[in-house]
Design a protein around this ligand. Structure first.
Ligand SMILES: Nc1ncnc2c1ncn2[C@@H]1O[C@H](COP(=O)(O)OP(=O)(O)OP(=O)(O)O)[C@@H](O)[C@H]1O
Ligand SMILES: [Mg+2]
Length: 229
């Protein structure tokens, strides 16, 4: 049996047959507002509650903002402050010193040796590189995460033409697993329905059907036995 890390979302754990295998690097992709950050926060909070060291690399909100967002979902990050490191990075700044950046990232990982890592959203970093640079940058991230044995979630924008792919089509290939979040509506005036699908999870007999989920003051709830429509 593989040792797994619970995602903190019961229905998703059941779709995964327990959780994310330890040491895996997973991509979560979706359009804006589909719940990528929320899913990542569940994963981190679950680690914190178990006393695991957790690292969030954010290109979006700073630590304060993240703690507030989490609070809105009933997750008390401040109670676990000693196990949590939040690094907020600015893409423009990274762009000015891309070479030093990979070492900087490696040092953060190696000094802390976190058990769980969330990089949200990685797409911002991807936009700084050309195709070749992007691939090598993402493989380096993979190497670092693997070398410390962390379980990691990287989030990304989906491609507009194909919402099951990431914007640049690379994240999913360097990842051990891919989870896709989508927004559906049958009729333009209908309320949108959110769906979650596990596209790949190496060596796991996961569910393949997209399932509905909701985001509320309790965060994400996945209805892994319900049909989408
Ligand atoms: N308390 C709440 N009740 C209901 N829905 C909520 C609540 N909090 C957040 N949401 C929904 O969740 C969405 C935000 O989800 P989240 O930030 O995780 O998405 P995201 O995919 O990370 O978005 P982005 O691409 O902007 O980073 C909001 O747009 C809103 O629709
Ligand atoms: Mg987000």
């Amino acid at each position: 049996m593989m040792e797994v890390a619970s995602t903190g979302i019961k229905g998703l754990d059941r779709m995964l047959e327990g959780g994310i295998p330890r040491g895996y690097l997973i991509s979560v992709i979706g359009a804006c507002g589909t719940g990528k950050t929320t899913l990542g926060l569940h994963f981190i909070y679950e680690g914190l509650k178990k006393g695991e060291k957790c690292l969030i690399i954010s290109f979006d909100e700073d630590e304060n903002g993240i703690v507030k967002t989490a609070e809105g979902y009933g997750m008390d990050f401040s109670a676990h402050a000693q196990k949590l490191v939040v690094v907020r990075l600015d893409a423009e700044e990274v762009k000015r010193k891309v070479e030093g950046f990979e070492d900087h990232l490696r040092r953060i990982f190696e000094d802390m040796k976190p058990s769980r890592v969330l990089i949200d959203p990685l797409t911002i970093l991807e936009t700084l590189f050309d195709d070749a640079g992007r691939y090598s940058f993402l493989s380096n991230i993979r190497t670092v995460v693997k070398s410390i044995g962390a379980t990691a979630i990287i989030t990304g924008e989906s491609s507009i033409e194909n919402p099951s792919n990431s914007k640049f089509g690379i994240m999913e290939y360097i990842s051990d697993g891919l989870i896709v979040l989508k927004r559906y509506r049958e009729n333009e005036l209908d309320e949108a329905i959110l769906s979650i699908e596990i596209i790949k999870m190496r060596r796991v007999g996961h569910q393949r059907k997209p399932r509905p989920f909701t985001i509320s003051g309790r965060g994400i709830e996945v209805f892994e036995e319900s049909e989408l429509i």
